[in-house]
Structures are given as C-alpha cells and as structure tokens.
Design a protein around this ligand. Sequence first.
Ligand code: NAP
Length: 319
Amino acid sequence: MKAIIVEKFGGPEVLRLKEVPEPKARSGQVLVALKAIGVNPVDTYIRAGTYARKPELPWTPGTDAAGIVEAAGAGAPFKTGDRVYLYGALGGVYAEKAAAEAARVFPLPKALSFEQGAAIGVPYATAHRALFHRGGARQGETVLIHGASGGVGVAAVQLALSAGLSVIGTAGGEEGVAFLNSIGVARALDHRKPGCMDEVLELTGGEGPQLVIEMLANVNLAEDLRVAARGGRVVVVGSRGTATIDPRLTMTKDLAVLGMSLWNMTEAELKSTHADLAQGFSSGALKPLIGAKFPLAEAAKAHSAVLAPGARGKIVLLP
Ligand code: NAP
C-alpha cells in the first residue's frame, strides 16, 4: 500500500509517498481501508521536529481518519464493512490503510461522510475537553471563542451553541466574520482589527465573557485576562510562542488560566467524550465542515495550507 513517510524532520517537502507493507489487525485491533484523512496543525509541528513529542523515524503522520473496516482481530467489536472513524492508529494515518486498537475506533454516524469523519478525532474532542472538562462551561454563560473559524473553533461554536451558551467568536477579516455568521455566530468579530477586544467588552455590557477558549495564547492571553469577567476561566488550547501578561489581573478578578492538552485525556474520558459527540452528530447539532481536499500524494501542500490564515473548514487528504 502507499503511505506518507518522513525520514528526516523538516519542511513540508520531507513528506514523501512510498510503497510500504500493509498493516495487520492483531487481537483487539481493527484494520481500516481509509477513505479520508484529517490534517491537523500538530502534524506539521511533529514533522518539523519542533514538538515536545518526537516520534522515531521513519514515521507516518496523522491521527484522524475515516474509512471501512477490512478486518477485525479477535475481541474487537467491529466487522468487515463497518463505517468507522479513527482517533490514532498504530502507525499513523497518512496512508491507504491503518490498523488501530479497537478503543480508538468509533462507528461513523450515518449522517456523516467519510470526510466529515476525518474531522472529528482531534478538533471535536479538543473543543469538547476545552469547553466542558477544563472550562466547566455552563448553560447561559457567555463564551469567547478566540479563533472560532478553524477546525477546533468551528467544533467549539457548535458544541457551545448546542449546550445553550451565548457565543462571541473571532475570525480573520470581513470574510472570516461572514463565515462565522453563516455558522450561527451572530456576535462575530475580526481578530485582525485593533480594538476587537474592546468590542467584546461592549457586547457583554462591560462585564466580559465568563469563559474564553483561546487558540493563539501567545498573541492574546494578556487581552483575554483584561476582558474576562470576574471569576472567569481562560482555557489555553493553542499557543505558538511566549506571552507577557499582567498576573495582577488574575488576582483582582479571581481568574483561572487553564492549560489543556488532548493527549492528557484518560481512556474513560475518551470514551465518554466520543459517546457525547455521537449524540450531537446524530441530532444534527454537530456538523463537521470540510474545506480544501488534497490527494494523499500532495500531503506537503496540505501542510502548508493548514498553517495559512483563512482556512474555512477541515483540510482533508484523499488516499
Ligand atoms: P486551524 O484550523 O488552523 O485554525 C486556526 C485558528 O486560529 C483559525 O480560527 C484562525 O483564524 C485563528 N487565528 C489566527 N490568528 C488569530 C489571532 N490573532 N487570534 C485568535 N485566533 C487567531 O487550527 P485548529 O485545528 O483549529 O487548532 C487551533 C490551535 O489549537 C492550533 O494552534 C493547534 O495546534 C491547537 N490545538 C491544540 C490542541 C491541544 O490539545 N491543546 C488540540 C488541537 C489543536 P483565521 O484563519 O480566520 O484568521
């Protein structure tokens, strides 16, 4: 089968399509013929060799994918022909096939395409964990989703709206604001515009949001602390550098700054999160949006695209 192989860390050009042996489903595992693969920013950090977690080389990137079960090992609760999505495989999912532990394989809800299935594992589970497990989001609260137009942001918008929160979202440019309006965010702001955070205060009558889900903390953390409501929580989901903040704001307003990493999820949390998400997909409250599609051979182009501003919807690879 064909798979993307990385033999040295570096730029997108190190992603090479090669012929490799097919994986096998051993006891408790599932072999899936992949139909769509999700591209996440973290795939690019690991490929570049700049991420905390460095895999052994040669390495095949990728965590999110969807496809059809080709074989199920003993004890794995799936059968040939089942439509499934994966969160993590034994050897990476930028490939035509992947083998995964059964606990990392989930039935693909009927309402979703394979491409939508490839947009669940990292973005939706991250948004869910940030909002509810770390952020303690409650019905009736106002949440600022700072970076609402990306993979995690769109998932956070849908989850927050369906849980009865009032959402303020940000995106880049007028086109980004229009995109947020189109997905149900009436109070959408342009994070490239100076004064954007003063508008957050105006929209909340000067009180500020009770919860902030932050996608670019190195740029925004200081301002998040300035506008957050008394007793508010700021959940750091993404950061690409360091930040200077005024810690006194956390004292005067009893603020909590909470880090969050999807990789810290326990197996029990993983199971309950995906069960919760399944309900949202079935009811139609959650609907992954697909953006650019690239053939697997063009994974390098997908890696450049996922870091460029203005992506609308999940970038997927098609094997
Ligand atoms: P993505 O699809 O590339 O989206 C990036 C988002 O950041 C877009 O909404 C973008 O908006 C927004 N953005 C750009 N400039 C911004 C600014 N100045 N202020 C606020 N937002 C800004 O990425 P993603 O998959 O949603 O992931 C978002 C971040 O979370 C990434 O850094 C990723 O590495 C991280 N992440 C962390 C975890 C974890 O476990 N902690 C898990 C998944 C992802 P425009 O393009 O409209 O400008």
